[in-house]
Ligand binder design. Structure first.
Ligand SMILES: *Cc1c(COP(=O)(O)O)cnc(C)c1O
Length: 397
C-alpha cells in the first residue's frame, strides 16, 4: 500500500513479510469503489478540467503513454517488492534489457556484459548498441571483484545475470557492484530467474534490475511483459529514457501480471521444492554426468547462492554423459509431460537442449556431454520423475 500523501510505500509495509506484501502491493480498493483489484483502464487521451491545468500537467495521469492506474499499480507493487525507487513496464523481458542498456550508455561508451547472458542481450549489444557507437566486452561470470581490471574510463555499464542463462553460474553481485560504483559505473542485473522474492537486487548494489515478467510473474505462459526497476540514483534517468521511447506495456497485460503476482510466492516455492527434488534425483542417475543447480551443495556457485539468495526457482540444467544426438532426441521427443519450447516459469514443465559453445567469447563452454535445461512446472513430482526416468531409459535404447 502507498501512503496517500507521499505516494511512497508506507512505513508498516516495509516490515511486512513477502507473502503479505504480494497480496497488498499495488492495491487501493477505496480508490475503485471497493473492488479488490485495480480495474483495467484503457486509454490514450486523459481530459483536463481547464487550459490552466493542461499547461501545468498538474494531475496524476496526463496521457496513456505515461501510464494508467492499472500500469501504475503494477509499477508501484514491483517497486515495493524489489525495494526500488521506481519501476517501468515494457512489452517483453528483452525490451527491458534494451531499455536498461540505453539508459546507461551513450556514444563512445564501453559496456561489460557477462559471457553467460541471455543470448538476445548479446545480439542487442552487437547490433543496435554497436551502431550507436557503444562497444561491448564480455567477461567471465566468475570474475568477482577482478571486474575492476576491465573497467575503462569510458565504461558506463556492467550487465550481470545470475545464475547465467542455461549454464547457471552464480555471480558475486555485491563484489562487482562495489567495483563498479567506485568508478561510477551503472550495475544492471537480469534477475529473471530469482525474481525479487529470491534475490533482492537493489539491496545487493544493483542500479537497474530487469525482470522478464513473462516467466514467473506471469506463471501461466500467457503473457509477455518486462520490468525495469531502479534505485533512487537511477530512477529519474530510467523514467526519462522510458518516456522518450513510450514503449509501455498495455493495461490488459499489466492486469494479468498483477494477477500472477498474487500467487507468485506460492508457485515459486512449489517449483523450487519440485525442482530440487528432481535435481537431487537426477544427480543419482547413471546417465547424468552433472546437475547444474546452485542449491545443490556441489555446485561451484553454491556458497554465493547461500549467502545472497532466499531461494531457488524451478529452472536448472543437466549435463548428460556422452551420447548421440539421436539418443537425446529420443529422450526428449518421447517425454509426455515436458514440452519443448522457449521461455519458462509457467505452470507446465519444459525441457530444451542447448549449446552455447558457439557464441561465448570470454569463456570456453565445452561440457562432457549433451546439455539440457529444465523448467519444472506444477505437475506432480512423481509423475515428472517417471516421465524423465522413461526418457533416460530411451538414451541407452
Ligand atoms: C526469457 C528471458 C528474457 C526475455 O524475456 P521475453 O519476455 O521473452 O523477451 C530475458 N532474460 C532472461 C534471463 C530470460 O530468461
Amino acid at each position: 500500500m502507498r501512503d496517500k500523501k507521499t505516494d511512497r510505500p508506507d512505513a508498516s509495509a516495509a516490515s511486512r513479510r513477502p507473502a503479505t506484501l504480494v497480496t497488498l502491493a499495488g492495491r487501493d480498493p477505496a480508490a475503485h469503489n471497493g473492488f479488490v483489484n485495480t480495474p483495467i483502464y484503457r486509454g490514450s487521451t486523459v481530459l483536463f478540467p481547464s487550459v490552466a491545468a493542461i499547461e501545468t500537467l498538474d494531475q496524476p495521469y496526463t496521457y496513456g503513454t505515461k501510464g494508467t492506474p492499472t500500469t501504475r499499480a503494477l509499477e508501484s507493487a514491483w517497486s515495493e517488492i524489489a525495494g526500488a525507487a521506481d519501476t517501468v513496464l515494457v512489452p517483453s523481458g528483452l525490451a527491458a534489457i534494451d531499455l536498461a542498456l540505453l539508459t546507461a550508455t551513450h556514444a563512445g561508451a564501453h559496456a561489460l556484459v557477462v559471457d553467460s547472458a541471455y543470448q538476445p542481450t548479446r545480439t542487442f549489444c552487437e547490433t543496435i548498441l554497436k551502431r550507436f557507437g557503444v562497444t561491448t566486452q564480455y567477461y567471465d561470470p566468475l570474475i568477482g571483484a577482478d571486474i575492476a581490471q576491465l573497467i575503462r574510463p569510458e565504461t558506463t555499464a556492467i550487465v550481470l545475470e545470475s545464475p547465467g542463462s542455461q549454464t547457471m553460474e552464480i555471480q558475486d553481485v555485491p563484489a562487482i557492484a562495489a567495483a563498479a560504483h567506485e568508478k561510477g559505473v551503472c550495475v544492471i542485473l537480469d534477475n529473471t530467474w530469482a525474481t525479487p522474492l529470491f534475490f533482492a537486487p537493489h539491496r545487493h548494489g544493483v542500479d537497474l534490475a530487469i525482470e522478464a515478467g513473462t516467466k514467473y510473474l506471469s506463471g501461466h505462459a500467457d503473457l509477455l511483459i518486462g520490468l525495469v526497476s531502479a534505485n533512487a540514483h537511477w530512477a529519474k534517468k530510467l523514467r526519462a529514457t522510458f518516456n522518450a521511447f513510450a514503449i509501455g506495456a498495455g493495461p490488459d497485460d499489466a492486469a494479468l501480471a498483477l494477477r500472477g503476482l498474487r500467487t507468485m510466492h506460492l508457485r515459486l516455492r512449489a517449483q523450487e521444492q519440485a525442482a530440487l527434488e528432481i535435481a537431487h534425483w537426477l544427480a543419482t542417475r547413471p546417465e547424468v554426468s552433472r546437475v547444474l543447480h546452485p542449491a545443490l551443495p556441489d555446485h561451484p556457485g553454491h556458497p554465493l547462492w547461500r549467502r545472497d539468495f532466499n531461494g531457488a526457482s524451478g529452472v536448472f540444467s543437466i549435463v548428460l554423459k556422452p551420447v548421440s544426438k539421436t539418443a537425446v532426441a529420443a529422450f526428449v521427443d518421447g517425454l509426455e509431460l515436458f514440452g519443448i519450447g522457449f521461455s519458462w516459469g509457467g505452470y507446465e514443465s519444459l525441457i530444451l537442449p542447448f549449446d552455447c559453445a558457439s557464441y561465448r567469447t570470454a569463456t570456453v563452454w565445452s561440457p562432457e556431454g549433451p546439455t539440457l535445461r529444465l523448467s519444472i512446472g506444477l505437475e506432480d513430482v512423481e509423475d515428472l520423475k517417471a516421465d524423465l526416468a522413461s526418457g533416460l531409459a530411451r538414451l541407452g535404447a
